[in-house]
Ligand binder design. Structure first.
Ligand SMILES: CC/C=C\C/C=C\C/C=C/CC/C=C/CC(=O)SCCNC(=O)CCNC(=O)[C@H](O)C(C)(C)COP(=O)(O)OP(=O)(O)OC[C@H]1O[C@@H](n2cnc3c(N)ncnc32)[C@H](O)[C@@H]1OP(=O)(O)O
Length: 275
């Protein structure tokens, strides 16, 4: 639905390539060199192992396609992405949990370090891992006023890994990130704009896509090499920490997820969602 809208709206996607895996749709406008990656995994685009693998593989494909920019958005009504699939946390199989963790680390590295500029068009709620995906893009346009975004992990009784936290610090600064993270605060679109968690707020998705394209057009006169080097220098410390500590990070997540206290919190949180 959204893909069709983008094609009609911009009227520029004349020469486009379209690829659809079941949960992810990608469109490349050959004229503009802009790719659109649309998440479509009802009901809430929760990130499980298979979905993460698809996202990672599509990002790798875009690298080969040599696109000039990418928009990440959702085809679902009211939801950008609900974060990691919480059912995966409940009584988890340690092997599968480790695989999800590693795949999520790799997907994030691929998204955070793209050689092309990226925009998150946040057209719905975006908690936790959904917020991380948005924060990892170069620019965020959020549809308002009724959606929410934030890293709410403490509300589930779990801990956002260091790379989640550092990513938030990079976007909104140390003090605001510390308060947001410890309280697990979810921000409305207007609040998110006020603290700089998103760059623009617009009333509807049409405007959001247009703003995203406008942002990407800024790079028409920027050398791709200068862009990528600059981004790497800015993002290197966070990335390097994860590369150097991948196993430690994974061990911490798996160990803490298996603990009875965390399992109790996850169980209660899942029950509250069902209600
Ligand atoms: C397994 C992971 C292993 C390793 C991790 C790897 C690396 C490092 C990891 C990190 C460690 C910890 C980090 C975690 C990050 C996360 O992302 S945790 C996920 C946090 N997400 C949330 O808290 C979102 C909860 N959901 C909501 O707030 C609402 O559902 C939402 C606002 C998104 C939508 O509201 P609404 O439109 O009213 O829909 P419903 O609430 O009715 O939901 C519809 C059905 O979807 C189910 N659901 C919702 N969110 C999730 C989810 N994240 N995972 C799985 N399922 C979800 C919900 O229960 C409903 O199901 P039902 O229809 O009742 O069966």
């Amino acid at each position: 639905m959204l893909r069709r809208y983008i094609l009609n709206k911009t009227n520029t996607f004349i020469n486009y390539r379209y690829a659809s895996q079941s949960m992810l749709q990608s469109t490349i406008d050959d004229k503009l060199g802009i790719a659109t990656l649309v998440m479509n995994k009802p009901p809430v685009n929760s990130l499980n192992l298979e979905f993460l693998e698809e996202i990672k593989s599509q990002l790798t494909q875009f690298k080969n396609d040599k696109i000039r920019g990418m928009i990440l958005t959702s085809d679902l009504q009211k939801i950008f992405c609900a974060g990691l699939d919480i059912t995966e946390f409940s009584n988890p199989n340690p092997e599968r949990l480790s695989k999800i963790c590693t795949t999520f680390q790799d997907t994030w590295l691929a998204l955070y370090l793209t050689q092309f500029p990226t925009v998150a068009v946040i057209n719905g709620h975006s908690p936790a891992g959904g917020c991380l995906l948005a924060m990892s893009c170069d620019y965020r346009v959020m549809v308002g006023p009724n959606y929410t975004i934030g890293l709410n992990e403490t509300k589930l009784g779990i801990v956002a890994p260091k790379w989640f936290q550092d990513c938030m610090v990079a976007v909104i600064g140390q003090r605001k990130a510390e308060v947001s993270l410890t309280t697990g605060k979810m921000y409305t679109t207007d609040q998110a704009l006020q603290i700089g968690l998103v760059d623009e707020s617009v009333p509807d998705v049409d405007n959001a896509i247009n703003k995203g394209i406008q942002f990407l057009n800024n790079f028409q006169k920027i050398s791709p090499w200068a862009y990528k080097m600059t981004k790497d220098i800015r993002r290197q410390p966070t990335v390097q920490w994860l590369i150097d500590n991948k196993q430690k990070d994974l061990d911490f997540v798996v160990k803490s997820m298996m603990s009875p206290n965390v399992q109790k919190s996850i169980g209660l949180y899942l029950q509250s969602l069902k209600k």
